[in-house]
Every structure is written in structure tokens, then in C-alpha cells.
Design a protein around this ligand. Sequence first.
Ligand code: FAD
Length: 412
Amino acid sequence: MADAEQIVIVGASLAGATAAEALRKDGWSGGIVLIGSEQSLPYERPPLSKGVLLGKDETTSAQLHDQQWYDDNHIDLRLGATVTALDPAAHTVTLDDGSQVSYTKLLIATGSRVRKLDVPGADLPGVHYLRTAEEAQALTDAYAAKPRVVVVGAGWIGLEAASAARERGCEVTVVEPQSTALAGVLGEEVGELFAEFHRQHGVQFRFGAGVEGFEGTDKVTGVRVDGEVIPADLVVVGVGVQPNTELAEAAGIEVATPENGSGIVAGADLQTSVADVYAAGDVVRWDHPLFGRFVRVEHWQNAKDTGASAAKAMLGQDVAHDAIPFFFTDQFDLGMEYAGDVPRGTSYQVVLRGDPKSGAYEAFWLDDDHHVLAGMHVNTWGATDGIRDLIRSGKQVDPARLADSSVDLADV
Ligand SMILES: Cc1cc2nc3c(=O)[nH]c(=O)nc-3n(C[C@H](O)[C@H](O)[C@H](O)COP(=O)(O)OP(=O)(O)OC[C@H]3O[C@@H](n4cnc5c(N)ncnc54)[C@H](O)[C@@H]3O)c2cc1C
């Protein structure tokens, strides 16, 4: 491509900024325009629900680069700017100030937004969500007064918000309609290990219970659950996210329905259904060459990996993005890493390796033919490479040997 040409990236967060960095590393000397709705320099979100909520880190410490870095790399970073329309035929994007920017290649990295609860009282002051640096700052400031906290949703964000609140001396109750924590992502058996771990740290749970509404006049004072009111000075809602696909859809780019997992549909090279338009991060649902099915992942490593792969693909390199999905979390003194993908509705068997009561163990999800679909470790650092190798090998394993921690993972 000639130097006068430019690559436009919509969404200035982890996937978008990683793509911009990779473009320069891979030798692209043309223009790069990185456009983001948020005012802050691009930042990573995982520290928001960990060091920031614990009151240990500033939100600015999560920034990927300072402004000088964007200047030095000739990246035209436009913050506080929202793209309102894409025109694939004209190769332009339109911004909310009415201006247009033309592109040679376009990357959509618009990420996700939180799902909002639609119940009475949902707009009361004291009801918090957690996606942005501003929201994390507001929550960590509020935790300082040691409020009684009710967390809605026992998923990753809910449990991290609960753990930070406990560590800062708050009373915490988590309300969750499913039968235990993380049931949707880890299944009931392993999810219950997390719930029990939280109980040991003083977190109370109300499982099988949906929130009917929030009480209060000037601010939230309670959460109505099954006709009963749980007193609360502060509520954190963590009921999942949805990908920002509307721009793509309006431009005629193929988007998966919610029943099919949502997201912008892309090939293994992360190119969408429209030429010269790519997608990366939480928003992309791509044809995974190793799994032989479409996958969408709402995690940090995936934003980095797909951002870097999309950059290569936009530069014309051969890309078949086959990274194994990876996720990590920190809660109290628990550090966990998970690799793999268990599609919803798959029948699986869980194999535990090591004693969960010891606080250090592994768990594996096997399909009916004993192939490893996914694995995680809790506080057994260094296990992830072995887990990835087992998945990538596609070989059948003997569950008894897998469960035996005296057998090296490489020999299972
Ligand atoms: C509090 C928190 C903790 C997390 N912890 C972990 C963790 O421990 N481990 C883990 O693996 N993952 C974690 N995640 C998930 C991880 O942060 C996300 O997967 C990652 O941020 C996705 O990056 P992204 O760049 O695809 O999208 P996003 O981070 O969602 O960013 C998309 C950006 O695009 C902007 N945008 C959207 N539409 C437009 C538009 N039309 N014009 C301009 N800009 C637009 C948005 O404002 C946003 O800044 C956490 C997420 C949160 C919120």
C-alpha cells in the first residue's frame, strides 16, 4: 500500500490500540487514525476491578501508552469522538461532529457495553455498573465509606467487585438467579468451588433469586428479591455485556443474532463479510480454524491477539487466527487462568486434579470422547501452557491419569 493510504480503527481500547501498535511494528508507514468515544487515553480494563477497586492503583496506571507514544508513532488518536456511520462503498467513516475520514482498510474494535437491568429503581443513585475508568473510580470512592454492598450477578465482574468490597471491609451479598456462581461459564461443580471460596471470605449469596427492583427515594436503600428487601447502601450490577455491533449492521456487514452468540461475523483472517473491513476484540465472531466453528470471546488476551492478527491481515499477510481463548481472574488470594472454549449446550465431564480444599488445583472439561475442551488452574502457576498443549493436540486423554497430579500434564 502507498504511504498516502490510511488505516482507520474504530474503538480506542485494547483491541484498537494493540492493532495500531502492531501496524507500526509490522512496518506500516501510512496513516493510522484511532477513534474512540471515551475521553481517556486507551487503557486496559482488568485492573479496574482489581487494583483500582482495592484502592491500590490509580485508573491512569491502566493506560497502555502516554500521548507522547501516539505522537512518536504518528498515530492520529481522536478521543471523545464517536463514529456514527460506515460507508464501505465510499470507504469512509462519519464522526459525530459530521466530519468524514476515508480509509484504505478499516478495523472495527467497538468492544462491548454493559447490559442494563430494567427493573423499578434501576436509575437510583448508588446503583453502579463497571466498564469504564470513570465507573471504576466512582465505585472505588464509594467503597471507602464501607457501605453495605449488594452485587447483582455472580459472574466474573460480580465476583471481583464482591471480593474487592470484602477486602475493603464492606458487608457483601451477591444475588444470582442461577443455582451457584459462574454456573454459565464453568458449570455448577466448579462454579460452586468459587462460591464456597467466597463464603469463606464472608460473602453471602442469594442463589436462584432474581432482582425485582431497587428501593429508595434519593438513593438506593435496598434490593427487592423474592418479595423481601435486602438492605443496601450501594449496588453493583454485573449481568454481562453485549457487543457493539450496530454500526456494522447498519453498514450491511454480517452480524450474528443473539441466539447465535452475537458479534460481527468474520473469516479466520478476521475480515468481515465486506471487503477491506476487519473486526477485532470483544466484537468479532470469527471462524476459528482449530475448533472448526465460530467463536467470540469477551476477554483481555483475545483483544490483544485479535488486534495484532487483524493488523497483519490488513497488511496483506496470511492470517488464520487460531489462538486458544484465555482468561484470568484475581479474587482475594486466588489467581486463576482458564484456556479453551466449551460451547454452550455441549455435554462434558469435569476432571479435577489436586484438592480444591488446598486452594491450589486444576479443572478440565472433556467432551464425551475425552478430548480436552478447556482447562483452568487455581494458584498452580505455570500450568496454562500444558493445558493449551492438551487442547491443541486434539488427542484423547485418560481421565484417571489427568486427575492424578503425580502424572506430568505433558505425559497424560
Ligand atoms: C472491569 C473489567 C474487568 C475485566 N477483567 C478481565 C480479566 O480479569 N481478564 C480478562 O481476560 N478480561 C477481563 N475483562 C474483559 C476485557 O477488558 C475486555 O475483553 C476487553 O476490554 C475488550 O477489549 P476491546 O478493545 O475489544 O473492547 P472494549 O474494551 O469494550 O473497548 C471498545 C471501545 O470502543 C469504543 N467505541 C464503541 N463504539 C464506538 C464508536 N462508534 N465510535 C468510537 N468509539 C467507539 C468504546 O467507547 C470503547 O472504548 C474485564 C473487563 C472489565 C470491564
